[in-house]
Design a protein around this ligand. Structure first.
Ligand code: UD1
Ligand code: CA
Length: 448
């Protein structure tokens, strides 16, 4: 690999009116992460020296989201060339390749960018990423001759003949840093849009006798978000990439199309995932876990050998130990379920610790919130919590203790004790039979 000094400039000054949102476009999420942060992660994976994000006025939310990366403000949007000018101060002493990316085109692959950088380092002053969309529409066209990129013509300025060209400009460019500033000075806005086109750099480089090249990427990578429909399309592509990655890695999914991941989902191998499972951010699943259908996870760690679902809802801070069973209609939040414990049916466990091999009976509820404060429940190892136990926190139940089904536990339970908190059962002999006879007689009398 040749010396790989890269500095990225990411254009994100457009508000994205077609998104019909008060949120700047690049902050809309794909796979649980803002689009701009996807790009920054890709740039970071290239070991770029620096990334500068060009934002519009009043886009502090974008500046905050991209920290510690730097932002510069382009005060008036006068075109892509003008946007790069706004970043000039930040890149002026830089030697190497300047990579220009668009904040609303988050799926560009690292490998594609590496190919562009390689071509640049092998002697091209400007390298452009082209693609051949099904519908070339209003994209700028790459006018090429063999492997040489002669110029880019914007759709608005193109002749009929040029409009017929199918190779389009994605907007991604890799430019020799030391020449960039001089070329930016020479850009004019003498064109159909009255904008400073970054694409004119190609013609300027050719005038100066520099080599200019191009790389062709897939249409998928170039998907840009101009509307919510585009955003949904990008999400779709992102999800299919994630599914492919996990299938490849040794995860079984019976219906992959119905399983949704976040950008940071971590899965081990020999995991089985049934249909309709959603992973929100912050989830880690270790090897040999079985996940049944219709589960929803967020901020959750599931350790090896566990069986979860169907219909389990694991919320932030749920830490499910090795070989645990978490069954249907169980919600767990901010709780550690230690190795081999079982919470099999219809329970809510919040702000709790459930000790090793403890069994939580059906319908058990930890009352962790009194409307003002959250309180913890501690349940020891080897305990047996009877069905429909309500534990009013704060409360500690010792190792090996039991609670009787239907109990409301308000006091601590010592180890190996049996806690019973319910009224004593009485049975009235023959009562039911007598009741039925009376009612039947009454009904007959009234119907006469
Ligand atoms: C640009 C390209 C076109 C290419 C297309 C791909 C130019 C002149 N044209 O066209 O060849 O086919 O992208 O989508 O470069 N931006 C700023 N400040 C500005 C203008 C734009 O930050 O003053 C940002 C936008 O937020 C966006 C990106 O640059 O992220 C592209 O801008 P956009 O207006 O969509 O470019 P196009 O005119 O569509
Ligand atoms: Ca665009």
């Amino acid at each position: 690999m040749p010396e790989n000094k890269v500095c990225a400039v990411i254009l994100a000054a457009g508000q994205g009116t077609r998104m019909k949102s008060s949120l700047p476009k690049v902050l809309h999420k794909v796979g649980g992460r803002a689009m701009i942060c996807h790009l920054l992660a890709t740039v970071d994976s290239l070991d770029a020296e620096k990334a500068v994000v060009v934002v519009g006025p009043h886009m502090e939310t974008v500046s905050d989201a991209v920290k510690p990366h730097k932002t510069v403000v382009q005060h008036k949007q006068q075109g892509t060339g003008d946007a790069v000018k706004a970043a000039r101060e930040e890149i002026k002493d830089f030697k190497g390749s300047v990579l220009v990316l668009y904040g609303d085109t988050p799926l560009v692959k690292k490998e594609t960018l590496e190919e562009m950088i390689r071509l640049r380092e092998n002697g091209s002053a400007v390298v452009v990423l082209g693609f051949e969309p099904t519908d070339p529409g209003r994209y700028g066209r790459l006018i090429v001759n063999g492997s040489v990129l002669e110029k880019i013509v914007e759709f608005k300025d193109a002749s009929q003949e040029e409009k017929a060209v199918r190779l389009c400009n994605s907007g991604v460019m890799c430019i020799e840093a030391q020449r960039l500033s001089g070329w930016l000075d020479r850009l004019t806005n003498d064109n159909a849009a009255g904008e400073y086109y970054l694409t004119d750099l190609v013609a300027l480089a050719r005038q100066d006798g520099c080599q200019t090249g191009f790389v062709i990427g897939s249409q998928e990578e170039m998907a840009g978000a101009n509307s919510r429909a585009d955003l949904a399309m990008i999400e779709k592509i992102f999800q299919s990439r994630m599914r492919e990655k996990f299938l490849d890695q040794g995860v079984t999914m019976t219906d992959p199309e119905t399983v949704y991941f976040s950008y940071d989902t971590v899965l081990g191998k020999d995991i089985t995932i049934e249909p309709s499972v959603i992973f929100e951010t912050g989830c880690v699943v270790e090897d040999n876990v079985e996940i049944k259908g219709f589960c929803h996870f967020e901020g959750t760690h599931i350790r090896s050998g566990a069986k979860v679902g169907p219909f389990a809802r694991l919320r932030p801070g749920a830490d499910i130990g090795r070989d645990c069973h978490i069954g249907d209609f169980v919600e767990i939040k901010n709780s550690t379920i230690e190795n081999g414990a079982k919470v099999n049916h219809l329970s809510y466990i919040g702000d709790a610790r459930v000790g090793e091999k403890t069994n939580i009976g059906a319908g058990t509820i930890t009352c962790n919130y009194d409307g003002y404060f959250k309180s913890r429940t501690e349940i020891g190892a080897g305990a047996f919590i009877g069905s429909d136990t309500v534990i009013v926190a704060p409360c500690t139940i010792g190792d090996g203790a039991m609670t009787a089904a239907g109990s409301v536990i308000t006091k601590n339970v010592e180890a190996n004790a049996m806690a019973v908190s319910r009224t004593k059962q009485t049975a009235l002999s023959g009562w039911a039979e007598k009741f039925r006879e009376q009612k039947k007689a009454l009904k007959e009398k009234l119907s006469k």
